[in-house]
Design a protein around this ligand. Structure first.
Ligand SMILES: [Ca+2]
Ligand SMILES: [Ca+2]
Ligand SMILES: [Ca+2]
Length: 478
């Protein structure tokens, strides 16, 4: 009698476990299906999402997954779209024009299979496009024989005939005459940094991803893999007492993108920067010869931001790459404008100056900081009520995952993942796989199948329908 009762109880327990597993699989499948069906695709011009209305034309670029450049009219409809290049990076408005931009882009040139074995491997470009007419001119281009980090992520215009290029391939900043093609000035990161620091040399040592010529004549450079923004005197090189950040001191900056300098006449000296691997945008103010963090913004969705521009009214235009959006943050920290994009790199609001060129410092504008504490109202993507509760649950798990998995690993996984894969979707896939694996293991154990889950796979030799004792923990154990 006791044996029969235990047997019935065991069956009920099994069915309860099966129901839980089915529930977990349905939850995971629901999250993934919903994301795959509603993800921004922008594989063609028709897929560019409409943006909410906002004063001024907004331009955005995307790199990886899809390489695109697109622009919206102030009413939110599409003004421009192009995807001729593999990747598009930093975009700048051209002075004295209303809708003309310059940008850097990279074409991956695969001449021998999926990996480049026969150079050239990459073609880097600076181009100028009239967004209204679509007329595009190549300002400068160069082939490179490497495939790893063989990209130009930024350039800045110095005069009608001169640009500086952030040459990530050579770990150099180069001032080039665009008429003659001749190099007029060059700064090499090896002048000031050991090749033992930063990323692996020579593959992706500095990841030199941003350059800006300041109004006082200095040059500001972002060395992503050194976690530093450096200031160059064009005669003497690095002004080391101005350096923001330190290699591997991730409390200040962690593999940043797109620093913008705000000069004293707009409340600086300050640097507004996308602190990418810390999943936040930050501003540092220079006070008494030292940098002090005066503003921070993040929310539960933000993951690997790569641009922040302070606009004249004190709002901040942000690209949140793995959060999948371009957004505008008001001085009080609320999100006042947002458009979903698959993989944005840089955004510009035309008519406001290049980057943060028209905006005040956070200190001058008295901006409100915002952290990434649980329960904030930042995640505005979950607007589909049918999927909202499922996604809320997974977002909660996602936050937990962020605490456990180093951001670099997480961001590397997102970089390679399908276009619809965000934080919640990644968690859903992990939960689904874990549930399926556990369920299979349990069924094998319950049915005493001859194949166990020990590694290496072994032969039990039992092959009967006998149920093992409840306490017999063979599943995956030793
Ligand atoms: Ca630029
Ligand atoms: Ca910027
Ligand atoms: Ca920008």
């Amino acid at each position: 009698m006791g044996g029969l009762w235990r047997s019935a109880s065991g069956r009920r327990r099994r069915w309860a476990i099966r129901l839980v597993m089915v529930g977990l699989l349905c939850l995971a499948a629901g999250v993934v299906t919903q994301a795959a069906m509603t993800a921004p695709r922008d594989g063609t011009a028709a897929d560019v999402p409409a943006a909410p209305p906002r004063d001024g034309i907004t331009v955005a670029t995307e790199s990886a997954r899809y390489g695109t450049i697109m622009a919206w009219y102030p009413n939110g409809s599409r003004l421009y779209y192009a995807d001729e290049h593999t990747k598009y990076f930093d975009v700048d408005p051209v002075r004295n024009t209303s809708a003309t931009v310059e940008y850097t882009a990279t074409d991956t040139v695969h001449t021998a299979g999926p990996n480049c074995r026969t150079p050239p491997c990459a073609r880097n470009l600076v181009e100028r496009t009239n967004l209204t007419t679509g007329e595009t001119t190549v300002i400068r281009s160069r082939y490179d024989d490497s495939e790893t980090a063989a990209e130009w992520h930024d350039h800045a215009r110095v005069s009608e005939t001169e640009i500086v290029v952030a040459d990530m391939v050579a770990d150099q900043v180069v001032l080039v005459n665009t008429t003659t093609g001749l190099t007029e000035w060059r700064w090499d990161a090896q002048n000031a940094f050991p090749v033992t620091g930063g990323g692996p040399y020579p593959g992706d040592w500095t990841h030199l991803n941003d350059v800006e010529v300041l109004s006082d004549g200095r040059v500001m450079v972002s060395l992503r893999n050194q976690d530093q923004v450096v200031f160059l005197d064009t005669d003497t090189g690095v002004q080391s007492n101005w350096t923001l950040g330190a290699d591997d001191n991730h409390s200040i900056l962690h593999e940043q993108h797109n620093p913008d300098y705000i000069p004293p006449d707009r409340g600086g000296p300050a640097v507004l920067v996308a602190d990418s691997e810390n999943s936040r945008v930050v501003e540092y103010q220079r006070l008494d010869g030292e940098w002090h963090r005066t503003w921070t913004w993040s929310d539960s969705r933000m993951q690997w931001p790569r641009d922040a521009d302070r606009l004249p009214g004190g709002t901040t235009l942000v690209t949140d790459t793995h959060g999948g959006r371009v957004l505008e943050v008001a001085p009080d920290g609320s999100v006042v404008w947002q458009v979903d994009l698959a993989h944005p790199y840089d955004a510009e609001r035309l008519g406001t100056g290049e980057g943060s060129a028209g905006g005040p410092s956070a200190r001058l504008a008295n901006l409100t900081s915002r952290g990434s504490s649980a329960g904030d109202a930042g995640d505005q993507r979950e607007t589909d009520s049918s999927a909202k509760s499922d996604r809320d649950t997974v977002v909660f798990v996602a936050k937990l995952l962020r605490q456990l998995v180093p951001s670099r690993w997480l961001n590397a996984a997102y970089y390679l993942a399908p276009i619809w894969m965000g934080v919640p979707e990644a968690v859903a896939v992990l939960v689904g796989v874990a549930a399926l694996g556990s369920w299979l293991a349990l069924e094998l154990r319950w049915h005493s199948l001859p194949v166990g889950l020990r590694l290496p796979v072994y032969w039990t030799g039992r092959g009967s329908d006998d149920e093992p004792p409840e306490s017999d923990d063979h599943c995956g154990g030793q």
